[in-house]
Design a protein around this ligand. Structure first.
Ligand SMILES: *[C@@H]1O[C@H](CO)[C@@H](O)[C@H](O)[C@H]1NC(C)=O
Length: 381
């Protein structure tokens, strides 16, 4: 099984390195790409940002994340190479070529480093971010003053005058009070059908097919959204930020809105991209990444109580359990969706959740099993 996967990766690697004729310069962060080049355009990917404040003060802080880059306009060569590589795996693209293009274009973007962006947030103070790093990424917590108005989400618009001309880039700010509930949800195979355990289907779901919600999950989240009194929603995914635009659209269509936390991964080429998507040895790293991100959320909202939900394909049980052991008051309930073909042995869960009270975690098959639980009052099973 494993060697077959390696073979596939090798085949893709060979195939794409010969077909892929490097339509853009090497991914060096650069300041001297000729202006007005017909091949590229400047872009800012602004991610939706959570905002938090301390219980006493009235000053808010936003956790800003963005990616500044150059992007190809003429991506014909790239899409031909990619299409060939995908079809060589026996995956039918059919009439979904636009999905493939949309979901892969950021992988070929050239990072723009050293960019500061002006951010206007409705009802809050305007801010200037720090500079994007060598990889074009920025992650920064910035004070945005005592925002006026309700706690509803509000528009953030970004621009970098002089560099990105007058173009505006938008995302949303999600302010949430120090107390109350939060929900952290995994994405792949928890709320979206992703076939994480099958190489071919996984690639197909990630890059080709329209995203599909896991049956029953939209209803469950909608119920919790009411019962938990408008909790702060966070989508914590192991997917890289390059897939953010398509995942965000899917989540906003199907689930309560909230910021999505994606991974920082930079690729140099298509073979590396595929290798990452089919790589099975990422579980442990993913677990660490999720623990780090949950720690960060806790630093933003130390007094909130969180429901965390994930699935059995990768390291969600282990990561969520670790946080529950570190901060028993921070985690109210943990739910794990059993995915066919994953390690669903009871011993696995017993050992993952060692030291976490049994009343706090539940492994489920059908989301409807969770509908009857009063999670707001700590009934997790
Ligand atoms: C992602 O990259 C940014 C910018 O370099 C960095 O500040 C941030 O810590 C990184 N996040 C993770 C999870 O590695």
């Amino acid at each position: 099984m494993h060697s077959q996967r390696l073979l596939q990766v090798a085949a893709i690697t060979a195939l794409t390195s010969s077909v892929f004729a490097n339509p853009i310069p090497p991914r060096e962060p650069t300041d001297n790409i000729p202006r007005g080049s017909p091949l590229v355009t400047d872009e800012i990917l602004l991610l939706d940002a959570p905002a938090f404040k301390s219980s006493e003060g009235d000053q808010w802080t936003a956790s800003i994340r963005m990616f500044t880059h150059l992007r190809q306009i003429d991506s014909k060569i790239f899409s031909t190479a990619l299409t060939t590589a995908i079809e060589a795996l026996g995956i039918e693209i059919g009439n979904k070529a636009s999905n493939v293009l949309e979901r892969t274009k950021l992988f070929l973007a050239i990072p723009r480093s050293g960019i500061e962006v002006d951010l206007d947030i409705v009802g809050c103070e305007s801010i200037l971010t720090g500079e994007t790093s060598k990889t074009g990424l920025l992650e920064q917590s910035i004070g945005i003053g005592a925002c006026s108005g309700s706690l509803k989400q509000r528009v953030i618009s970004g621009s970098a005058p002089g560099f990105f001309k007058d173009r505006q880039f938008e995302s949303l700010l999600f302010p949430s009070l120090p107390t109350g509930f939060g929900v952290v949800s995994d994405v792949d195979d928890t709320i979206k059908v992703s076939h994480v355990l099958d190489t071919k289907l996984k690639l197909q779901a990630a890059l080709v097919d329209d995203h599909v919600a896991v049956d029953g999950m939209p209803e469950l989240y909608s119920k919790w959204d009411g019962e938990l009194g408008n909790p702060a929603w966070f989508y914590l995914t192991g997917s890289p930020y390059q897939l953010y635009p398509s995942l965000r659209k899917f989540i906003f269509d199907e689930y309560p809105q909230g910021p999505m936390i994606t991974k920082n991964i930079t690729y140099t080429d298509i073979p590396n991209l595929f290798k990452y998507i089919v790589d099975e040895d990422v579980d442990e790293i993913l677990g660490d990444y999720k623990i780090t991100q949950l720690e960060k959320l806790r630093s933003f909202y130390p007094q909130k109580k969180f429901i965390t939900i994930g699935d059995s394909t990768q390291a969600d049980p282990e990561a969520y359990a670790e946080i529950a052991r570190r901060y028993p008051d921070f985690i109210q309930c943990i739910f794990i969706r059993k995915v066919d073909g994953a390690d669903n042995r009871f011993e696995r869960f017993l050992s993952a959740f060692a030291g976490v009270p049994a009343s706090k975690w539940t492994v489920f098959t059908e989301p409807s099993e969770l509908l009857r639980l009063d999670v707001a009052n700590g009934r997790c099973n």
